[in-house]
Design a protein around this ligand. Structure first.
Ligand code: MRU
Length: 366
């Protein structure tokens, strides 16, 4: 590119303010939880509201609320609701909170943020009970704690955006998978937070989003967010990834995570592992962005959620595309070896290999 063109572009970008959208997929709404029903996007922006734990648990299971940090935040609100819903003394409240925590914890097994948020809420409830707090105080303090979890998540996303932005160069073509945007978090995005920060900073980037079969979080949700933000985007089917890496100028792969082990292995949406292998073959850096709440500091193995076969036999429950009785494999996530990961962007810094020491430092906040 000629020097005068680069200079013109820099001067132009310096004056331009790129607006990005503000979406919070879950909200505390005067004692209820409100959420945007993500199964209806991008066609309908339907908001739901509930004070019922079974309804909330179903919404998480059915992916009306989805994405690792967002389901943790939703469960935290659920625990606050559980305390408010229960009449009686501290013992009755604690019994109900522990029971509802179990129900919420059984919704999805892979994303560690769910268990992290439930644990944090239970610890808070137990310490309030131990200190002799009464019903209204417990309910009030738990609602505040859940709201804090959401605010902290947004802040850590923004920090990841600032740190990750240093890896993004003008002219990057970034391939992403699934949705790790505002919809999947408290409200800014993990890997998509990095992309939107780079865009806001005036960087000239493009995004290639995969469909993300079988539930199409890439096509339905990431594209929806990209279009709202005005970020140049191209959609591909999952089986076009190798072609795009070879022929469409992909310079980075950047995506989120549902659980990261201390050795750097990453569980994320099914198909991530394949993208990591393809990136390695094409010498393309493969980055993961996730908050510290996604790091599993104790586990050694990751339970992969197996979902209903009909999600594969049908397209979004609308069109049967095969013989109805065909056996199906439907793992929602896969695990990518740390050997394929170029770096893990967190709010406390970017972890690099060897991950066992860099993640230890990051998880301890040092
Ligand atoms: O099944 P989903 O839609 O909940 O899966 C979500 C993902 O795999 C995301 O990539 C991951 O949670 C990171 S979100 C910040």
């Amino acid at each position: 590119m000629a020097w005068y063109f680069i200079l013109f572009k820099q001067l132009f970008n310096a004056g331009a303010v790129r607006q990005i959208s503000d979406i919070r997929p879950v909200k505390w709404d005067d004692g209820s939880i409100a959420w945007i029903n993500q199964t209806k996007l991008p066609w309908n922006e339907e908001w739901k509201r509930s004070k019922s734990i079974p309804e909330l648990a179903k919404a998480i299971k059915d992916l009306e609320i989805r994405g690792a940090p967002a389901i943790g935040i939703a469960a935290a609100y659920g625990i606050a609701i559980s305390a408010a819903n229960t009449a009686g003394g501290t013992e009755a409240i604690m019994k109900s909170v522990e029971k509802d925590a179990k129900t919420l914890g059984e919704t999805r097994p892979t994303a560690v943020n769910l268990f992290w948020a439930i644990d944090r809420m239970l610890k808070k409830a137990r310490s309030l009970a131990k200190a002799g707090a009464k019903h209204d105080m417990i309910a009030y303090e738990l609602a505040k704690e859940a709201q804090r979890i959401q605010e902290e998540d947004i802040e850590s996303n923004k920090m990841m955006g600032r740190l990750g932005n240093k890896l993004i160069e003008d002219g990057d073509v970034i391939m992403t998978h699934c949705n790790a945007g505002a919809l999947a978090t408290g409200g800014f995005g993990t890997s998509y937070g990095v992309i939107r920060t780079a865009w806001q900073e005036g960087k000239d980037i493009e995004v290639i989003a995969t469909h993300t079969a079988p539930l199409y979080q890439g096509a339905r949700l990431t594209v929806w967010e990209l279009m709202r933000d005005g970020i140049p985007a191209t959609l591909i089917t999952d089986n076009m990834a190798a072609y795009a890496m070879k022929n469409a100028g992909v310079t980075k792969v950047l995506l989120g995570a549902d659980r990261i082990l201390m050795n750097g292995d990453v569980a994320n949406k099914i198909g991530t592992y394949g993208l990591a292998i393809l990136a390695k073959h094409h010498h393309i850096p493969f980055y993961v962005a996730a908050p510290v709440s996604t790091i599993d500091q104790v586990g050694k193995k990751i339970k992969i959620e197996q979902r209903k076969p009909d999600e594969v036999r049908n397209i979004l429950g609308r069109l049967i595309i095969t013989v109805p009785e065909v056996p199906v494999l439907n793992p929602a996530f896969d695990v990518t070896s740390h050997k394929l990961v170029s770096g893990i962007i967190t709010e406390h810094g970017i972890a690099r290999a060897p991950y066992s020491s860099s993640l230890k430092r990051i998880a301890s906040g040092k």
